[in-house]
Design a protein around this ligand. Structure first.
Ligand SMILES: [Zn+2]
Length: 354
């Protein structure tokens, strides 16, 4: 940013002090963006939501929260808190600005609000640098408020819009409507930006469109996850490994069959553990080929039941670092489920729903 400020300062004919002041102004603009994000973070904290960090990009900041507020009113308040910070900043600076430039505003009042351009320009040019800087900051804060209140994702206005919609319909539908409106805005931005050669505007349009699409995809996947049940992909035909199986028997099944993970049962037919692909490979790599299956069995495993949703199943799999689990019903094992089969099923479901 420093070389950029120096370049702008230099090319606009400013001297060293002028360039320095310009740099200071950029820092203050930056500060306004940071304070905006702090507004979100503080509001979120009121509801017990921690903020991981605040990322700053040329297009604005993002406060990354651990989770999003689930109650619509809370989401609304957290989204509104950011722009409100800029309203307050603009208001405070505005009071100073008006008080310090009474002459200008009196002139404007007398002319009925329409001051001719030459008079206005000469007044602004003769303004002390402090007032000029504050004028810019007020404009920046007003722009930040207006920009963020656009009812499109990822802008705060988009979240507020969704929160309001959530009061009338379910969250998925609310997100869909908000995302479609976001995409409409993105198209408008792109058209205006490209036709007026305002490329920054077009870039924002592209960004908004991308984020809206992302949000839509996320909510769709989420709806799909929670609608699908483990029972829908439970495989009833599976090989039951005996606890007395030898390495060569396991390798035979592993290499020549398509199953790569197995459930291991003891002599009574009780499930005692899981033998995963990784463990079998480890067993093959270990030198003592006559060794027993015992050290390779994963005995710390959860079970799923067929009524559990995909979302819960994925969570359990991630917690235990296992992609393959037994499915039980009434205390007995009825089949197995593996992550690849779940992904495959979702891929097919997505196609069917269209
Ligand atoms: Zn914001």
């Amino acid at each position: 940013m420093v070389p950029w400020v120096a370049y702008i300062g230099y090319s606009s004919g400013a001297d060293f002090v002028g360039t320095l002041l310009l740099g200071l102004l950029f820092l203050l603009v930056f500060l306004c963006v940071v304070l905006h994000e702090f507004g979100h973070a503080l509001a979120a904290r009121r509801y017990g939501i921690q903020t991981e960090d605040i990322i700053l990009s040329p297009i604005g900041g993002v406060a990354r929260m651990r989770r999003m507020p689930d109650k619509p009113l809370r989401e609304f308040i957290v989204a509104l808190a950011g722009p409100m910070v800029n309203v307050v900043i603009a208001f405070i600076l505005g009071i100073y600005f008006i008080a310090s430039n009474m002459e200008f505003f009196t002139l404007m009042g007398e002319s009925g609000g329409i001051l001719d351009e030459v008079t206005a320009k000469s007044y602004v040019d003769n303004m002390p640098w402090l007032d000029q800087g504050i004028g810019v900051l007020i404009m920046v804060n007003i722009m930040l408020v207006l920009f963020n209140l656009i009812p499109a994702f990822p802008m705060d206005g988009g979240r507020m819009f969704r929160a309001i919609l959530s009061g009338f319909t379910d969250r998925v539908t609310a997100t869909k409507i908000a995302a479609y409106v976001g995409q409409a805005f993105a198209v408008i931005f792109l058209v205006i930006g490209l036709s007026q050669q305002q490329y920054m505007f077009a870039l924002v349009g592209f960004f908004v469109g991308y984020m809206a699409m992302n949000e839509l995809r996320m909510i769709r996947t989420d709806a799909l996850y929670s609608g699908l049940k483990v029972g829908q992909v439970t495989r009833y035909n599976y090989t039951r490994l005996d606890v007395f199986s030898t390495q060569s028997q396991v390798i035979e099944m592993f290499m020549h069959g398509w199953e790569k993970n197995f459930l291991v049962f003891d002599g009574d037919g009780t499930l005692i553990g899981i033998l995963t692909e990784a463990s079998i490979i480890k067993w093959m790599n270990d030198t003592a080929s006559f060794s027993t299956i015992h050290p390779y069995i994963n005995r710390e495993f959860p079970t799923l039941h067929s009524e559990q949703s995909f979302r819960e199943a994925f969570k359990v799999m991630q917690q235990h670092q296992l992609d393959f689990l037994p499915v039980t019903l009434g205390g007995s094992v009825i089949g197995v489920v593996d992550k690849n089969a779940m992904f495959e099923f979702m891929r097919i479901q997505e196609k069917i729903k269209k």
